[in-house]
Design a protein around this ligand. Structure first.
Ligand SMILES: [Zn+2]
Length: 454
């Protein structure tokens, strides 16, 4: 007797969509059954007309707990994620007080968050100037990757210079650790921003001009050169521009161990949205031109950009406002998107670009699972894996309004968008945590740790 039988589903795999039933026992996929095989189960779900994806993994979110919970916290962030069809998030180590710099902080954060999350969650570890000798301990505690900044990361965190990054890549290689980089060249950005502010140029276009693609490209090329030298491994966070993606494509062709992500906002919005609408559209790297946005899609399609994530980075309305002295430069740079990434990406990929739904499964589940060490347990609808599923109704029309957002602060660049195809059910280890926008959970999400590479 199975615990759950999901029948009449269009099961989305890494390369195709198959008609099948999925049986679940003890929170795991027990069988994927073709055809009309009658099997006994305690609960039966009929998904006629709907897609069953392996549970969506958002590999880059900032839920800000502990320490910055006036912006977001796990209880709210994870419920927003569940409402958006996400079954696992990987939470960033900064905008935490303290940042997750060692094993002790990691364990404290894990204890603090127990019972709070609606969905499963993993942690990035910090990678700052002072904790290079703590990385192996963090990895052993369960950190899925280490976040490193090449430009000024703001308070409570430090950026690394090129010599330090080289050392880190060598160190991480010894125990199979993965560093993820925020790539914008520190010196170039500091120079441009300082000059812009000194000249009283504090507007929206000035901000865009002070964070040019050249800064992102230089930083990525520096990482690529170091990978070549050290035979290390790197993940490039939030690629915003096709020229950067092209550099990564070339590095992959060369055989370097590099992966990359982009965010839905780089595929949907442009710098003109920031200019016209204001800081709701401010992020870093910044939004680029319409032509860049269109070209970036090619690199999603060809697999250069392995993962699509939200980089959910909320703040208060006051923090998001332009400042009196520093204008747009003083507004918080970050976009809240964990609840709306899947539906907006689905509509773009499947409806507008005509991509196969398997693309969504690859970039939002399989690839993040593989890169962040979860592929033994998550990322695919195959026997033995966690029964994490995202159910999509391809006919469901949606319009994103502020009042349906479950974030602590109900504003986002995504409000006002409309489309078709949305998550209608989120299942984590066999438990339905969201059905038709209603959340059923009691904080049953669990911490996931890095598992052995396959
Ligand atoms: Zn981020």
């Amino acid at each position: 007797m199975y615990d759950l039988l999901i029948k009449n589903a269009r099961v989305v795999t890494a390369d195709e969509v198959i008609a099948a039933a999925v049986a679940v026992k003890d929170g795991k996929v027990a069988a994927v059954l073709a055809g009309e095989t009658p099997v006994p189960a305690r609960q039966v779900l009929d998904l006629t007309g709907k897609y069953l994806l392996p549970g969506v993994i958002d590999c880059h979110v900032h839920f800000n707990e502990p320490g910055y919970t006036w912006r977001e916290e796990f209880a709210q962030g994870s419920r927003a994620a569940a409402a958006g069809g996400v079954t696992t998030v990987i939470d960033m180590p900064m905008q935490n007080r303290p940042p997750v710099i060692d094993q002790e902080v990691f364990v404290r954060k894990a204890e603090l968050l127990q019972g709070k999350s609606a969905i499963d969650y993993g942690f990035w570890g910090a990678l700052v100037k002072t904790n290079l000798d703590k990385l192996i301990g963090l990895q052993e505690a369960g950190a899925l990757a280490f976040k490193c900044f090449m430009c000024n990361p703001g308070q409570d965190y430090t950026a690394l210079d090129i010599a330090e990054i080289e050392q880190v890549l060598v160190t991480l290689r010894e125990f199979g650790g993965l560093a993820g980089f925020h790539c914008e060249d520190h010196d170039m950005i500091e120079r441009l921003q300082t000059a812009s502010l000194a000249a009283g140029k504090t507007g929206r276009r000035d901000y865009l001009a002070a964070r040019p693609v050249e800064a992102e490209l230089k930083a990525v090329n520096d990482i690529i050169a170091l990978l070549d030298k050290t035979e290390g491994r790197a993940h490039i966070c939030h690629v915003s521009h096709p020229a950067v993606a092209e550099a990564i494509r070339q590095a992959k062709i060369k055989g370097l161990d590099i992966t990359a992500e982009t965010c839905v906002h780089y595929l949907l919005f442009t710098g003109e949205d920031l200019v016209n609408e204001g800081p709701r559209f401010k992020c870093s790297p910044p939004l680029r031109t319409a032509a860049d946005r269109e070209k970036l899609w090619d690199y999603v399609l060809d697999g250069t950009l392995d993962c699509i994530c939200s980089d959910h980075s909320p703040c208060t309305p006051e923090e998001k406002a332009e400042a009196s002295e520093t204008g747009t430069f003083g507004a918080w740079g970050g976009i809240s998107g964990v609840q709306t990434s899947l539906q907006t990406f689905w509509d773009l990929a499947v409806n507008q670009k005509g991509a196969d739904p398997s693309l969504v499964a690859r970039v939002m589940s399989l690839n993040p699972a593989a890169i962040f060490g979860l592929y033994g347990v998550k990322g695919a609808v195959i026997p033995g894996r966690d029964a994490d599923f995202t159910v999509i109704d391809p006919q469901r029309n949606w319009e994103i309004t502020a009042d349906e957002l479950l974030y602590k602060h109900k504003f986002s660049a995504f409000t006002g968008l409309s489309g078709t195809g949305a998550p209608v059910m989120t299942i984590v280890r066999g438990q339905v945590v969201m059905e038709n926008c209603r959340l059923r959970d009691e904080g049953t999400g669990q911490l996931v740790r890095r598992c052995r590479e396959e």
